[in-house]
Design a protein around this ligand. Structure first.
Ligand SMILES: Nc1nc2c(ncn2[C@@H]2O[C@H](COP(=O)(O)OP(=O)(O)OP(=O)(O)O)[C@@H](O)[C@H]2O)c(=O)[nH]1
Ligand SMILES: [Mg+2]
Length: 312
């Protein structure tokens, strides 16, 4: 990456996609200067609306993201799509499908699509997704749609980046709602029952409503349930409407800011943990040797941690 970021930053802010792509790669790979670049663009961020779309493998997330992106483009809003971990082994076939669908947009500069590096990438999936979102935000995109498979902690962290989280369920997976991680249920601002052309959509809706009756959200928001058939576009306008409704709700009583403060609390702790660990690792030497000494009771773990934590 350039030692002098100012040219790169103006290029990114002017919407130049090649510069944006270069910056994203640099940040993903932790190339020299990556953190200076993020520091420099941060003041230009906070304007994009970030929408997290999460759900089980094959639920139709990409199809739905694609439809939403089309709809927003018709409203003349610019869109970025972040596909997290698209090489996940769940549905090998979907990767090609994604490519084909993405190609539809290639002629449209108003849509920028980025696939995230796979798991195990430098910096961790959640952290790099956050950094990439920061760059996309700085590039002036109106909307950032993040697609992620809702299975683990990484995904919960990723959707915490979002202003609005859409959880996508499908009928016909047995006890759908019960099998969805509790954490994912709790973060839903909007529920989508996709593949509503299939039998069982009503049942899923009843299950969600039953769960909602058990626990009300602190902020008083009851996540609406939208039925869609992403493959033919049914319900997509309703989903956009539900998203707009939640945006409106966020604008009242300072909720957007409060939510952002909450998100940053989480992220700051995460970033600090990463930074401290990184710092300690330099002094840690051979962690295996230390672990062996502790296992053999030659040393105690309390002193070891104290010594490492005290290091400058
Ligand atoms: N019947 C039906 N099929 C759908 C619908 N939405 C998507 N599909 C199909 O479901 C398959 C998976 O769709 P994707 O959009 O790739 O699903 P995904 O959740 O992004 O999948 P992964 O990224 O692999 O987790 C594709 O063959 C779609 O055409 C729908 O509403 N009804
Ligand atoms: Mg997908």
């Amino acid at each position: 990456m350039d030692a002098n970021h100012s040219a790169l930053i103006s290029a990114i802010r002017s919407g130049d996609t090649r510069s944006l792509a270069r910056a994203i790669s640099g940040v993903e790979n932790r190339s020299p200067g990556w953190s200076d670049l993020l520091k420099a663009v941060f003041p230009y961020t906070g304007k994009a609306r970030v929408i997290g779309m999460t759900g089980a493998p094959g639920a139709g997330k990409s199809t739905l993201v694609d439809q939403l992106a089309r709809l927003y483009r018709k409203q003349d809003r610019t869109v970025a799509i972040v596909a997290v971990d698209p090489t996940s082994p769940y549905t090998g076939g979907a990767i090609l499908g994604d490519r084909i669908r993405m190609q539809d947009h290639f002629s449209d500069a108003g849509i920028y699509i980025r696939s995230m590096a796979t798991r195990g990438s430098l910096g961790g999936l959640a952290r790099t997704t956050a950094d990439v979102t920061t760059l996309l935000d700085a590039s002036g995109r109106d909307l950032i749609l993040i697609e992620t498979v809702g299975v683990g902690q990484d995904e919960v962290d990723i959707v915490r980046l979002a202003d609005i989280t859409v959880v996508i369920l499908v009928p016909g997976m047995g006890d759908d709602v019960q099998t969805i991680k509790a954490g994912i249920m709790e973060i839903a601002d909007i529920f989508v029952i996709n593949k509503s052309d299939r039998e069982g959509a009503e049942r899923v809706e009843r299950e969600i409503r039953a769960l909602q009756a058990l626990a009300t959200r602190q902020d008083g928001w009851t996540p609406p349930i939208v039925k869609t058939v992403a493959s033919d576009g049914t319900g997509v306008a309703e989903l956009a409407h539900a998203i707009a409704g939640y945006e409106e709700f966020l604008q009242k009583e300072n909720r957007a800011l409060r939510k952002s403060v909450e998100n940053w609390q989480e992220r700051l702790v995460q970033m600090l943990r990463d930074a401290m660990l990184e710092k300690a690792r330099v002094h840690l030497g051979d962690i295996n040797a230390l672990a062996a000494e502790i296992a053999e009771h030659k040393r105690d773990p309390y002193t070891v941690v104290e010594e490492i934590a005290k290091l400058p």
